[in-house]
Design a protein around this ligand. Structure first.
Ligand SMILES: NC(=O)c1ccc[n+]([C@@H]2O[C@H](COP(=O)([O-])OP(=O)(O)OC[C@H]3O[C@@H](n4cnc5c(N)ncnc54)[C@H](OP(=O)(O)O)[C@@H]3O)[C@@H](O)[C@H]2O)c1
Length: 297
């Protein structure tokens, strides 16, 4: 990856930070983005030390706000002509419905609208790279139905078999499939990856109420005992993102889904359904139009 540049969102902790470390160790210049400036600088220093080079830069932005995305997009455009890899890693699990500064449900913003908007904002740099790769992260138990009247969790948010986290991650998959089609002919590919479970800040702070009711009795045991024992090795959780971002084996491949062991798997039917893809895509277009047009003005 020497000579290549990769931007990883949500990379000041957890799986994103290990993805950045993995790519930096392969020789890439990496760009970290987190919400907190000090944490971003500390993460960058940590990665410089383990990668043995200083091609690591750090930016702070609220990635769930369109204003934050616009600011980040213009800072990147000022400093970088080309971007070889964009890993849309930032994610969160919320126990109740919360809105961003733009009035968008937060998990939809982080998992769907942000990958859509950032990819479009950085498209000139991605195209300039020649053969750039966009890697999006799914998670939870994706593959359930995509509810057109509930994309923003406005009708129901969490239930026995339905969690809005899973819902938004299925939408990430549908978005990726559509994005891959839209990017045909640009030289930019878009794929989606399941990282596997990792004992990260997100998981450590997951409140019991974020679990579907069925699992709540065993959730404390899982969070406090089982997860730290088995899920602490985050290099394992980052390996599929690193693989999709770096390996020559997937050069030119687009619209594909890989699991946590770097194996290609079929996308679930709900993500392949073009009506679902359009519902997700059209909502992203509507919610991001103001931000995107203001950059072109
Ligand atoms: N962990 C798992 O078991 C698991 C399983 C499947 C899928 N995933 C997916 O993998 C991805 C990474 O998860 P993770 O567990 O590593 O998450 P994490 O530990 O919570 O890390 C998230 C990163 O995003 C940053 N961040 C959070 N909100 C932000 C915002 N509004 N703007 C900018 N940066 C923000 C955090 O910064 P701060 O630390 O400063 O808040 C942190 O660097 C997510 O998409 C997640 O859904 C995770």
């Amino acid at each position: 990856m020497t000579g290549k540049t990769a931007l990883i969102t949500g990379s000041t902790a957890g799986i994103g930070m290990e993805t950045a470390r993995g790519l930096a160790k392969l020789g890439a210049s990496v760009i970290l983005v987190g919400i907190d400036h000090t944490q971003a600088q500390q993460a960058a220093q940590d990665i410089r030390t383990s990668a043995g080079h200083d091609r690591v830069s750090a930016f702070a932005a609220d990635l769930t706000s369109l204003h934050g995305l616009l600011q980040l997009g213009s800072q990147i455009a000022e400093r970088y002509n080309a971007l070889d890899v964009l890993v849309n890693n930032v994610g969160m699990n919320r126990p109740r419905r919360e809105l961003t500064a733009d009035g968008v449900e937060k998990m939809f913003a982080a998992h769907v609208l942000t990958p859509f908007t950032l990819t479009h904002l950085l498209l000139p740099q991605l195209k300039s790279a020649g053969h750039a790769r966009v890697v999006n992260l799914t998670g939870g138990i994706p593959g359930g139905p995509i509810e057109h009247d509930n994309l923003l969790g406005e009708r129901r948010f969490i239930g026995w078999t339905f969690s809005h986290y899973n819902h938004t991650k299925t939408m990430t998959m549908a978005l990726t499939a559509r994005l891959a089609r839209e990017l045909q002919g640009t030289g930019v590919t878009a794929n989606v990856v399941y990282p596997g479970h990792g004992y990260t800040p997100m998981n450590r702070s997951t409140p019991i109420t974020a679990f579907p009711k069925l699992y709540r009795p065993v959730a404390p045991l899982v969070l406090k005992v089982v997860a730290p024992l088995f899920l602490s090795d985050l290099t394992r959780s980052a390996r599929s993102s690193v693989y999709l971002a770096a390996t020559p084996e997937v050069e030119g491949l687009t619209g594909a889904y890989f699991d946590d062991k770097c194996r290609r798997k079929p996308l679930p039917a709900s993500a392949l359904d073009e009506r679902n893809q359009s519902a997700v895509w059209n909502l992203c277009v509507r919610l991001s139009t103001d931000a995107l047009t203001s950059t072109q003005a």
